[in-house]
Design a protein around this ligand. Sequence first.
Ligand SMILES: [Fe+2]
Length: 145
Amino acid sequence: MDEKYHLALKTAFASEFSFYLKAHNFHWNVEGPLFGQLHELFQTIYEEVYGAIDPFAEHLRALQIYTPAGLQKFSMLTAVQDENHVPEWSGMLKELLSDSDRMAEIFRITFDMAESHGDHGLSNFLADRQDAHKKHSWMLRSSLK
Ligand SMILES: [Fe+2]
């Protein structure tokens, strides 16, 4: 058992959950002249990410890793920090963009780790997550121009 590998996977999982929650937060709380568009964009993102949570947890279980599953556990592990204020709409876009870029990087690194452990089903999943975040980053970045 490789502790460093398992911790990286749990961190990626907690970060993905935190990212999902932040996108949902922004879907609820966004305001401004682009309300309709951004409300929808944040929904597209949180739905896609939420759809990855259960398969991700089950990949961890297949490696005999217990899935972190509590807000306190998540906050200890996550690389995506909670937003406790309500930023204005462009602040929301910038923050979620930076978090999405961070998630793509986390999945790039964990992909390499999974490959070197011969966990090819998992690495396939992690590659898809990297790709999904690159797409989310593209939409967020384009909305800021
Ligand atoms: Fe909604």
